[in-house]
Design a binder for this molecule. Structure first.
Ligand code: SF4
Length: 486
């Protein structure tokens, strides 16, 4: 019996919102930026843009779609002249998917041109934008990032760096922000360091980017991470480090380890791949199961499934085969598309699962819609029993820091008990890694309830910053706006 079912395994995932990449001091700055963005494509597939400066003029090229569709042609790269460039890949959480929302955002200010590229979400962005518009500002886009340009333009400070820092002081929420001026490349991380930002070096050129995998693709060396609350300024004079905010302990987003960052990236000195394997081992320790094969849900479930198989001794099998040549579609992240579960990307490998007790390993469950289809696919391929183990705790709270999460009411774990989730998905047993377990897998004894080492509120509901845009009447409006934009 043919066991093909139409499933889009990427349909029911949290989506990281964006990737940033900037170069200072290299003759091929734009070409390197295109390669860096290509390596960061998993952080955003909707649109990409590059701004360069050739000593006199800024050039901007922004396109909807994948980096490879537009920036692999020499013609566009040739137009992006200069030894300084800044790029961005985007997946929208705020602002529609239209060209005017594609980053980097650029404006000519009194003190010269300024381009900004942002990963994260400014949780008072809408409030700031409303104030700016009421004071006469003309916004070109509906993106929260444009607010930064207006705040820099309105600062009374003299030097561009001071104006930039002045603008940062007004921001709440999560940001890894990179800016390009006619003399400098400036990187900044929010006071908690929720989104990642890396400093690298290629010969005499410096790079600022979201993940180390973007350094690897161009053969650049890792220098260090930009610290939480730090502003790094790169210029002909070298590197300056500023600390404009009161010091506080870092709380980076733990989901970078679970799903967002590429397995070959290194974050906080830890290999993402090794941390995910450790999550699989910890999961096996906490929630063992009697099974014949361990089957990962590709691709992001693979490292945890390897760790689970190594810890239990149950054979690891590729029970689901991913078709990497489906051809690219420009995925509009609308509810309609998600519920359609388009395109045949994945298929059951009958030889690996027929007649077997299968334990499926995945990194997370959001709505659960895709898990239902996968489990049905396993049974239709002849599996005798299907169990599921998830290498992260249940996601019960929406994100407001740059991750596209559905309304809380659409989160399976926010509206179902564990037993109800098990029955809804149709498995014999279901278990999630505990919150302490995920901290252990990352290298801690457990979660420090007084000073949590990470931002983890999609599991704990412990939001680390004020959410100004989401308070009061306005908050309700914003929540519905967010739902519309999502
Ligand atoms: S809710 Fe927090 S931990 Fe979860 S993805 Fe967002 S920033 Fe990361």
């Amino acid at each position: 019996m043919n066991s093909t079912i139409n499933i889009d395994l990427d349909g029911d995932r949290l989506r990281e919102e964006c990737g940033v990449f900037g170069v200072f001091g290299h003759a091929d700055a734009a070409a390197l930026t295109a390669l860096g963005l290509h390596a960061l494509q998993h952080r955003g597939q909707e649109a990409a843009g590059i701004v360069s400066f050739d000593g006199e003029r800024f050039q901007t090229e922004r396109r909807l779609g994948l980096v490879g569709d537009h920036f692999s042609s020499g013609k566009i790269i040739e137009r992006l002249k200069g030894s300084m460039a800044l790029g961005h890949v985007r997946y929208s959480t705020t602002g529609e998917t239209i060209l005017r929302n594609v980053q980097p955002m650029f404006a000519e200010l009194a003190s010269g041109g300024l381009a900004v590229a942002h990963n994260g979400n400014i949780t008072n962005g809408l409030t700031l934008r409303r104030e700016l518009i009421s004071q006469g500002c003309i916004c070109q886009s509906t993106s929260d990032t444009e607010v930064v340009l207006h705040l820099v333009a309105r600062s009374q400070k003299s030097r561009m760096v001071e104006r930039y820092i002045d603008a940062l002081r007004s921001l709440e929420g999560a940001y890894a922000l990179v800016a390009l001026t006619n003399k400098k490349l400036i990187g900044a991380r929010d006071p908690l360091g929720i989104r990642p930002l890396i400093l690298g070096k290629l010969n005499d050129a410096y790079i600022l980017c979201s993940e180390t995998c973007a350094l690897d693709i161009i053969g650049a060396k890792f220098v260090r991470e930009v610290e939480n609350g730090e502003v790094v300024v790169i210029s002909e004079e070298g590197i300056e480090s500023h600390r404009p905010f009161p010091r506080q302990p870092a709380r980076p987003c733990i989901f970078e380890y679970i799903y967002f960052s590429r397995p070959d990236s290194v974050l906080g000195g830890r290999s993402i791949y090794e941390v995910r394997k450790a999550m699989g081992r910890q999961l096996a320790l906490e929630s063992p199961v009697a099974a014949d094969v361990v089957v990962p849900i590709p691709d992001s479930g693979v490292p945890a499934a390897l760790g689970f198989a190594q810890a239990t001794g149950i054979p690891f099998e590729l029970g689901i085969i991913r078709n990497h040549y489906v051809g690219r579609t420009f995925i509009e992240p609308t509810q309609t598309i998600r519920s359609l579960g388009v395109k045949l990307k994945h298929n059951a490998n009958r030889a690996a699962v027929a007649g077997k007790r299968v334990v499926l390993i995945d990194d997370s469950i959001v709505r659960g819609t895709t898990s239902v289809k996968i489990v049905r696919m396993m049974y239709e391929a002849g599996a005798r029993e299907v169990h599921m183990r998830i290498s992260s705790p249940p996601i019960a709270h929406p994100d407001f820091y740059g991750i596209d999460t559905p309304e809380q009411t659409s989160l399976l774990a926010a509206t179902h008990t564990l037993a109800e989730m098990r029955d809804y998905i149709g498995v014999a047993s279901l278990a999630f890694l505990s919150v302490d377990g995920i901290y252990k897998a990352v290298g801690f004894e457990g979660r420090d309830a007084h000073r949590p080492q990470f931002t983890d509120h999609c599991f704990t509901g412990d939001y680390p910053t004020p959410l100004t845009d989401l308070t009061g009447e306005r908050g309700k409006q914003q929540l519905s706006l967010l739902a519309e934009a999502g």
